[in-house]
Design a protein around this ligand. Sequence first.
Ligand SMILES: Cc1cc2nc3c(=O)[nH]c(=O)nc-3n(C[C@H](O)[C@H](O)[C@H](O)COP(=O)(O)OP(=O)(O)OC[C@H]3O[C@@H](n4cnc5c(N)ncnc54)[C@H](O)[C@@H]3O)c2cc1C
Length: 334
Amino acid sequence: MGMAGPFGPAFFIPVTHPFLYRRAASLDDATHALAEPGTLPLGGGTDLLVTIAEEIARPDVVVDLRSIPNGDAIVELEDGRVRIGATARISGIAQNGLIRDRYSALAQACDVVASPALRHMGTIGGNLCQRPRCWYFRQGIPCLKNGGGDCPAVLGENQYLAIVDGGPCFVVHPSDPAVALTALDADVEIASANGVRSVPIGEFYTLPRDRLDQETILASGEVVSAVVLPSESAGGVQRYRKVMQREAWDFALVSVAGCKRPDGEVRIVCGGVAPRPWRVNSSVEEDVSSGGLDDETISTLVDRALLDVEPLSKNAYKVDLTAAMLRRVIAELA
Ligand SMILES: Cc1cc2nc3c(=O)[nH]c(=O)nc-3n(C[C@H](O)[C@H](O)[C@H](O)COP(=O)(O)OP(=O)(O)OC[C@H]3O[C@@H](n4cnc5c(N)ncnc54)[C@H](O)[C@@H]3O)c2cc1C
């Protein structure tokens, strides 16, 4: 919906559901406010306000985390790990010298998120916790996530949905940074009124077969306070490759993050193919780590990586796309 302003058309999101807005004075203040039922955290608001307008989210109160002092800091810890505060902007992470030097896969992933304006508004905490983009879910159609009895995409428009780990719902995970962070073995720091805990990002996301109402393990009242990158993942060879339908400012049809650490360990993770960042079989990663691979061996490794994929009626093209991208990234790592 839009209206004419002095500088041309101005667009706004028609939010019909009323809610209170408050700015957090500190992380402690935020977690205590979030302990109240009906309260949600706000980062850049680029997804939350849309989900409120779409009536997918109906908070009574939103707590703005951006006012937390130093909540966006990117710092090296004494033990060499790097901590990125949850309200760090996607564009700030992409441009940060420490991240570009040591964790370039993350910088590359942040560089290709959405548009410059969305990268400037969006925070890493909000990006990791954004809701999936399945058309049926977002339109309020009674799919499994909206309280319906089945997934209309199975017999309907499933061209952008999952080819692996789906069922009974086939959403794909939308975040580019999450895919790179999984390949970098990052930890997610989670805060609540009860204190702070930390989980490997590989355990942060849930699958639809385990729960349908949300995509992360966050309990009510918990927020992401930071992501922490291990020193072992710094440097080496790092790649983030993404294919989009429109070639710009769009979610990944398929993406691949590949990292070969200085100690030789390899991590390969795909985006756009599963309800969470999808790490390939560790035996494939080990064989890539041994290096010296010719084209034929790489093709065999890619076939092994994709053994479990099961495309839906309209997304078999994603299998070929993923294979092509894996071939390219594995060759670059090898
Ligand atoms: C047109 C378009 C294209 C896009 N393309 C891409 C893309 O290519 N790649 C990509 O990765 N993303 C893409 N996005 C998503 C965009 O990057 C996200 O909207 C943004 O990163 C979300 O960040 P935010 O800070 O605005 O989150 P918000 O909108 O503030 O929050 C999003 C969700 O996370 C919750 N939340 C916020 N902060 C926290 C926290 N610290 N802890 C726990 N929960 C929290 C909110 O309650 C809400 O549910 C696109 C978005 C649009 C609109």
